[in-house]
Design a protein. Structure first.
Length: 375
């Protein structure tokens, strides 16, 4: 039963990731279509509707559509039951029953939920009559109570591990994935200006800095991105398909903890090896390996958080972990942007050490059999 539950949790997390993978590949293809010289030449007379603005508008559409779709989703019955709001949970079950069977609410076979009593109905009536500001204050008190529980053991220890690990993961993943196209472009420019001569990442970056300092910019916005850069980014995006499909198998056989530790350590090694590349092809291979490993690891972290914390603490634990990861992404981009043209070895080594350190830190997480979870 535990393996089946782990597999279901993994696929619940992987399914939206696979959709995101498809959409990210489509975004790269759209960028290749819009952000090329031929398209720019067609829009050269238009000041407002240029390819970049159209591309940004297209990228915003999925979020707007998701916002509308999420508005119609109900809260989970499990959450209502954990809050002893049985009547609300029953209504959600009835809606699901009506959608699945096309029958009316009255034909729903379950009349009462386990633990339901008249006291619950009275509490619902009291909640309806409670003033709005008082309900807000009660929610604040409830949130503070949850934070107090998170600060107790063993939750505090587990939360620190997942938050720090996600910080190190996202600092490396988001930063390198955002900068890989620029790195490929620099390799292409270096090869053209040096007759195809091979060089390392730092030498290419320093050469690009000299090139940018002497380059004369014009008032006309022209794309300078080589078509091969788009092809390389598409290859990197597709490289994580095997790892994402096989993730549930390895999580069920090896356990989420060891999948996370192994993935973090291997991705850290692949990041460090970027300091020894001497061509765009070698960079592409390591980039694809890095993407295949790191792209699935946040999914594993979230699966672990779901099983480490009880239902009433999962939302704040996930929020803190995800926020830590986003802060890591900001930190990584700032550090890499400042040092890539000065000492590019430093951020590469830093990201590798952060990933390996996060993997070692995750060894302190409890095994699946030791999870203290109230399902």
């Amino acid at each position: 039963m535990q393996n089946r539950h782990s597999t279901c949790v993994a696929w619940d997390a992987i399914t939206p990731f696979l959709l995101l993978l498809g959409s990210s590949s489509e975004v790269r293809c759209i960028a290749w279509t819009l952000l090329n010289k031929n398209t720019f030449d067609q829009f050269i007379k238009m000041e407002f509707f240029n390819p970049w603005r159209i591309f940004v508008f297209i990228c915003c559409l999925p979020s707007l559509i998701s916002l509308v779709c999420l508005y119609f989703l109900p809260e989970t019955p499990k959450f209502f039951i954990s809050k002893r709001r049985f009547e609300n949970a029953k209504i959600v079950f009835q809606k699901v029953y009506k959608i699945n069977t096309k029958q009316s609410f009255k034909s729903f076979p379950v009349l009462t939920l386990y633990g339901e009593s008249n006291n619950n109905e009275e509490s619902c009536e009291i909640e309806k009559k409670t003033p709005f500001l008082k309900r807000i204050w009660e929610n604040i008190i409830d949130g503070m109570t949850q934070m107090r529980m998170l600060c107790s053991q063993p939750y505090m220890n587990n939360l620190c591990i997942t938050a720090v690990s996600d910080f190190g993961l996202m600092a490396s993943y988001y930063t390198l994935m955002m900068w890989f196209p620029e790195i490929f472009e620099r390799f292409n420019n270096y090869g053209k200006s040096h007759g195809g001569q091979k060089a390392g990442l730092c030498e290419v970056s320093q050469s690009s800095q000299v090139y940018n300092e002497t380059f004369q910019y014009s008032n006309v916005c022209e794309p300078s991105i080589n078509s091969r850069v788009f092809a390389d980014t598409i290859i990197i995006g597709l490289s994580c398909i095997p790892s994402s499909i096989s993730l549930s198998f390895f999580m069920a056989k090896l356990g989420k903890k060891y999948v996370l530790v192994t993935g973090l350590v291997l991705s850290g090694i692949s990041a460090i090896l970027l300091n020894w590349v001497s061509s765009s092809e070698e960079t592409l291979i390591l980039s694809a390996l890095f993407e295949a490993l790191t792209s699935i690891l946040e999914t594993v972290i979230f699966c672990i958080v779901v099983e480490l914390f009880p239902t009433n603490l999962r939302a704040p634990a996930l929020a803190i972990t995800a926020t830590s990861g986003r802060l890591g992404a900001i930190f990584g981009n700032l550090v890499f942007g400042m040092l890539i043209d000065v000492q590019c070895n430093i951020p590469i080594y830093l990201f590798g050490v952060m990933l390996i350190g996060s993997g070692v830190l995750c060894l302190r997480l409890p095994k699946s059999d030791d999870y203290l979870v109230l399902h």
